[in-house]
Design a protein around this ligand. Structure first.
Ligand SMILES: *[C@@H]1O[C@H](CO)[C@@H](O)[C@H](O)[C@H]1NC(C)=O
Ligand SMILES: *[C@@H]1O[C@H](CO)[C@@H](O)[C@H](O)[C@H]1NC(C)=O
Ligand SMILES: *[C@@H]1O[C@H](CO)[C@@H](O)[C@H](O)[C@H]1NC(C)=O
Length: 373
C-alpha cells in the first residue's frame, strides 16, 4: 500500500475512535467523579442541564436536641436543608432572549405551580398570565415547579409538564420534591436561574397559581414609578410586620425551635403574590447564598431583604388574605371590587376565568369608589 493510503487509513481509524468515544462524554464522566464543586453544563434536547453530584442527607441533623419529637416533614426538612442544587428537568434558556435582551421584559410573571395544578396553569395562560404587550411593554410568564410522588406517578406528571412545555414554553422544573417546606428552595433555584438567563428583566411578579392578579394594573403601577426602571429597590405587596414563628404543632406553618430558635420574623410580603424589581431580585439572590434556608418562603425573602438593609413596602392593592366584602347583600364576585386591586388570594380556575372577562366588559359600570369600602 502507498504511504499516503496508509496515512489515510490511520486518520480514518482515529476519526472512528473519536466518534465511538466522544471526548466530552469521557470528560463528563471524569468530572462526575472529580471536583464536586464544579458545575458542568450538558446539552440535552437543545437546552442546558446543570449536573451536580446528588445532595446527601445530613445525618448529623438527627443529633439536634428534640429531633425525634418534630413531625416527619420537618425532620425531612432538617436532613436536606443544605441542598441547593438539583438537576433541571425543564429549562427555558432562551425565554428572555439572552442577557441583554432580557431588559425588554418589563414584567416577568413567576408563578409557583406544582405539577398536578394543570387546570390552574391552563386558566392563567388564558387570563392574567397571558404573554402580551400592555401599554407598550412586554409581560412574560414562567411557572416554576418541582416533582411529585415517585415511580410511575412521578413519570406521568413529568410527562404532562413536558407536553405543556412543548406547547407553551413556560415551565422551569427541577428534580426536587415539590412540598410546602421546599418552596424556599424553589425560589432560590429560580433566582439562580434568573441571574444566569434573565438578569435584566425590569420587574417581577412572584406568586401562587391560585390568585387573581390584575397584571394590567401592575404594569400601570410600575410604569407610574418615575424614578425606578427596575434598577432600584422595589419590593411591595401585603406586608406582615412583627410576626413570629407559629409554634402550634397542628399548623401547616409550624416552625419548631429546632428549625428557628429566635422568636421573631423580619417584615415580609405575603407569598400569595408580591412585586419586586429585577435589581432587588438579584440582591436577594446574592444575600441568599449566605443565609440558611428557612422553610417558609416568604419569610425567607424577608430575611434576605433585612440582611441587605432593605424593607418591603406595603401596597394596598394586595389582598393576600382575601377581600373584605362589606355586606352580605353585595355579590362577592362583583367585578367592581376587583377592578382596582392588584391581587386577591384564593380563586378557583373558573372564577379566575369569569372575573378576567367581567372586569374587561365594556358595559361594566362601577359606582364611584364602590371598591374602596
Ligand atoms: C448538618 O446538621 C448539623 C446539625 O444541625 C449542622 O450543624 C451542620 O452544619 C449540617 N451540615 C451541613 C452540611 O449542612
Ligand atoms: C425537598 O426535596 C428533596 C429532594 O427531592 C427531598 O429529599 C426533601 O425531603 C424535600 N424536603 C421537604 C421538606 O419536603
Ligand atoms: C453581592 O454580595 C457581595 C458581598 O456579599 C458584594 O460584594 C456584591 O457587590 C453583591 N452583588 C450584588 C449584585 O449585589
Amino acid at each position: 500500500m502507498k504511504t499516503w493510503a496508509k496515512m489515510f487509513l490511520i486518520v480514518g481509524a482515529l476519526g472512528l475512535l473519536v466518534f465511538l468515544f466522544p471526548i466530552n462524554r469521557v470528560s463528563n464522566h471524569l468530572q462526575a467523579r472529580g471536583d464536586a464543586s464544579q458545575k458542568k453544563p450538558m446539552a440535552k434536547n437543545n437546552s442546558y442541564v446543570y449536573s451536580w453530584p446528588k445532595c446527601q442527607q445530613n445525618m448529623s441533623a438527627a443529633s439536634i436536641s428534640g429531633f425525634e419529637t418534630v413531625p416527619q416533614h420537618i425532620q425531612d426538612f432538617l436532613y436536606y436543608r443544605h441542598c441547593r442544587h438539583f438537576p433541571m428537568l425543564l429549562d427555558l434558556p432562551d425565554k428572555c432572549g439572552g442577557i441583554d435582551k432580557s431588559a425588554d421584559i418589563f414584567l416577568l410573571l413567576v408563578i409557583k405551580s406544582s405539577p398536578v395544578n394543570y387546570e390552574r396553569r391552563e386558566v392563567l395562560r388564558k387570563t392574567w398570565a397571558k404573554e402580551r404587550l400592555h401599554n407598550g411593554v412586554w409581560i412574560r410568564r414562567i411557572f416554576i415547579s418541582g416533582t411529585m410522588d415517585s415511580g410511575f406517578e412521578k413519570k406521568r406528571l413529568n410527562k404532562l409538564l413536558e407536553l405543556e412545555q412543548r406547547e407553551y414554553n413556560d415551565i422551569l422544573q427541577w428534580d426536587f420534591s415539590d412540598t410546602l417546606f421546599n418552596l424556599t428552595l424553589k425560589q432560590v433555584l429560580f433566582l439562580e436561574w434568573m441571574e444566569r438567563n434573565c438578569p435584566k428583566a425590569r420587574f417581577l411578579f412572584n406568586g401562587d397559581d391560585d390568585v387573581f392578579a390584575n397584571t394590567d394594573n401592575m404594569v400601570d403601577y410600575l410604569q407610574s414609578l418615575k424614578d425606578n426602571d427596575g434598577s432600584k429597590h422595589l419590593f411591595t405587596g401585603h406586608v406582615f410586620q412583627g410576626t413570629r414563628p407559629v409554634r402550634w404543632t397542628e399548623s401547616k406553618y409550624y416552625v419548631p425551635v429546632q428549625v428557628q430558635e429566635s422568636n421573631s420574623y423580619p417584615p415580609y410580603c405575603g407569598g400569595g403574590g408580591f412585586l419586586l424589581s429585577g435589581h432587588t431580585a438579584l440582591v436577594i439572590y446574592n444575600m441568599s447564598q449566605s443565609i440558611t434556608i428557612h422553610p417558609i418562603d416568604d419569610v425567607y425573602m424577608g430575611m434576605c431583604l433585612a440582611k441587605a438593609g432593605l424593607s418591603p413596602v406595603p401596597h394596598m392593592g394586595f389582598r393576600t388574605l382575601g377581600l373584605h366584602i362589606p355586606s352580605k347583600k353585595v355579590d362577592p364576585h362583583d367585578p367592581c371590587y376587583f377592578k382596582e386591586f392588584l391581587l386577591v388570594h384564593r380563586f378557583l380556575p373558573p372564577d379566575i376565568y369569569l372575573m378576567w372577562h367581567k372586569i374587561y366588559d365594556p358595559d361594566l359600570k362601577c359606582g364611584h369608589n364602590s371598591h374602596r369600602s
